[in-house]
Design a protein around this ligand. Structure first.
Ligand SMILES: [Zn+2]
Length: 626
């Protein structure tokens, strides 16, 4: 009956185009449980028919089932609808409560605007709207705005309920290992004594030791393990024991629940994404600083430590952090270590990290992940400057034009081999086809009465056909030749580039970051192994080829400063009948220098005699030894 009052808005040019019924539900749960609403939505097809659209021009779009309407991103059906309307193929868009079309305003306005431009009607259970009419447009826009406001309200109501519960300390979430909920839903100590003991040990050890890592070390030294009580799932409540890691200890020490406090809002998750960004499914979780925790109730439940102690621990952890912060200065000079990120330990295979030696610019590659996480020993550390230089040399060497000519000549050989292989495949295929043809002829030639023979021959024919297929399939699986470098033009381009590489590499304007980038293009990783006198460097190129190098191991600092043995021998001899000043003068005349590169003085000679226990036959008494 209402149809009549709206009928004037529906004109033949609307009816000539499609009536598109847009069906959507917010979540999969709604899809499953809200079938009544689903039925109502599909019923809109009936309404379109009532309003005069012929059945063949009524389309139902329901690709959005299970997507939320908060944004059109990730909703194919809605985008499809917008496209159809934009193309002017749609006479009317039907949806349950027109405002449900798109819950977010921007999507909604966009659709209405396009509808207005293409003269498309919007129809819901209550009415027919013509977006070209100002009043209708206002109404539609208003609905859209209302809908967005409603969404906002629902969200804040949900969150509000949660916050209310949290402010009372009633909102339950997973307690940390060592604490559990009892039957009255109160947080109490874990009834398992062993679990309790392990947690207490962590806090006691941290009290007595300088750092969290020392706690890890104690656990590792005594082969102790730490429990995790599983939460949720089939194994809910079970305890598993694992070695304690540094990250775990920090988690425990930073967790206010061990201090008997109830905290809500220690982390914040941001789901929203910027336009153009891929919609996130899981969101980004960040830690909230303690002073910004929205709800904190100290003394909420029994704690392993007091709240004061918890706060003291935080202070200590903060103080300790100055250390890694200093270390992090490396990040500022990031880029100095050429092999950062691609260097591996030749002893244990772990990734090596970079540290800068005593505030110098000299990098040191260290295999210390075992140390960092489980308080084990540092596996090995290797001074990086020599290694970096050697790898850079190897890189430039490999990219030297002459070297490249050779590799490209090798490409010709590979290409020739590939052509040969091609020919071989062709022959195999031809042979298989020929055999199949023979089999077919034999089958055709046999008398139909001779069924037994015919069956055998048919099977044979089938087998031959299968063989052809097999050969063809194998051929497609054959690795394809990298044809790029076979192309002469491409080749000369690469050569020209290589010509300049050395220049580019050494240019002062080239940043270390670009060098590293270039290195990454060509080198997959570099494995280092420190020997007695040499460092073994294995470069794995992106092509999986390997280059082995040996770099002399740099002298340790005390080795560098050590005085030349020749000088010591001379001092030993001279000391018999010379004063220290005389010895210094003689050594200086002969051009000798001290371990630190200085000219010899009386003091240095005296110091050396003292260090190497050389007795002077002529103590410093100028009068006695003139
Ligand atoms: Zn290692």
């Amino acid at each position: 009956m209402m149809t009549h009052s709206f009928a004037p808005k529906i004109r033949p040019d609307h009816l000539d185009r499609l009536a598109q019924v847009y069906v959507r539900q917010s979540t999969m749960i709604q899809v499953r449980e809200n079938t009544a609403s689903g039925a109502r939505q599909y019923d809109l097809a009936g309404r379109a028919s009532e309003l005069g659209w012929p059945l063949e021009r009524i389309q139902v779009i329901d690709q959005d089932q299970g997507h939320s309407g908060a944004s059109s991103a990730g909703r194919d059906g809605f985008q499809h609808l917008v496209a159809q309307v934009g193309l002017g193929r749609t006479g009317a868009v039907l949806s349950l409560e027109a405002s449900r079309l798109a819950r977010s305003c921007s999507d909604w306005y966009r659709l209405i605007e396009i509808c207005a431009l293409t003269n498309t009607l919007v129809i819901d259970e209550d009415g027919v709207y013509d977006p070209t009419l100002y009043s209708d447009r206002l109404l539609l826009g208003f609905l859209g705005t209302m809908s967005e406001a409603e969404l906002h309200l629902i969200r804040s109501r949900l969150l509000g309920g949660k916050l209310k519960k949290a402010s009372d300390g009633q909102l339950r979430f997973r307690p940390p290992t060592g604490l559990v909920y009892d039957l009255e839903r109160r947080i109490v100590f874990d009834p398992d004594e062993q679990v309790q003991q392990a947690v207490r040990l962590v806090f006691d050890l941290f009290d007595q030791s300088p750092s969290a890592l020392a706690v890890v070390k104690h656990f590792a030294d005594h082969h102790l393990q730490f429990p995790t009580r599983l939460w949720g799932g089939i194994q809910h409540g079970q305890v598993i024991w694992r070695p304690l890691s540094n990250g775990r200890v920090l988690d425990i020490l930073h967790n206010p629940e061990y201090g008997g406090a109830y905290v809500y809002g220690r982390t914040k998750t941001r789901l929203a994404c910027l336009p153009g960004e891929e919609p996130r499914v899981k969101g980004r979780t960040r830690r909230v600083r303690p002073e910004d925790w929205p709800f904190l109730i100290p003394g909420h439940h029994p704690g392993y430590i007091t709240w004061d102690q918890f706060q003291r621990n935080q202070q200590r952890l903060d103080d300790n952090r100055t250390l890694p912060d200093q270390d992090r200065r490396g990040a500022l000079r990031e880029g100095l270590a050429l092999l950062q990120g691609i260097v591996r330990c030749g002893r244990c295979g772990r990734r090596m990290s970079v540290r800068y030696l005593n505030r110098s610019l000299i990098p040191s590659y260290e295999c210390n992940s075992y140390h960092t996480h489980f308080a084990g020993k540092t596996c090995q550390s290797i001074r990086g400057d020599g290694v970096d230089a050697a790898v850079a040399r190897a890189l430039l060497e490999a990219m030297r034009p002459a070297q490249l000519e050779v590799s490209m000549a090798a490409f010709d050989q590979i290409a020739a081999q590939a052509r040969q292989l091609d020919r071989q495949w062709q022959l195999t295929l031809e042979r298989a086809r020929y055999e199949a043809e023979l089999a077919r002829r034999r089958f055709v030639a046999v008398e139909p009465e001779n069924r037994l023979v015919a069956r055998t021959l048919e099977r044979e024919w089938n087998e031959r056909l299968a063989e052809i297929e097999c050969v063809q399939r194998d051929e497609t699986l054959r690795p394809q030749l990298a044809s790029r470098l076979v192309d002469p033009q491409e080749r000369s381009r690469v050569l020209a580039l290589a010509q300049d590489l050395s220049k580019v590499w050494h240019a002062p304007t080239t940043t270390q970051t670009s060098r590293k980038q270039l290195l990454g293009y060509l080198i997959k990783d570099v494995t280092l192994c420190r020997g007695e006198t040499l460092i073994q460097v294995a470069i794995r190129w992106q092509t999986e080829a390997c280059t082995m190098l040996e770099v002399p191991r740099p002298k340790r600092s005390y080795e560098v400063r050590r005085t030349d043995p020749v000088v010591l021998a001379k001092i030993k001899v001279l000391a018999l009948d010379h004063t220290d000043s005389q010895i210094a003068a003689l050594l200086d005349q002969e051009g000798f220098r001290s371990g630190t590169g200085n000219r010899f003085s009386r003091n240095i000679v005296a110091q050396l005699r003292y260090s190497y226990s050389i007795v002077s036959g002529c103590p410093e008494a100028p009068a006695a030894c003139a």
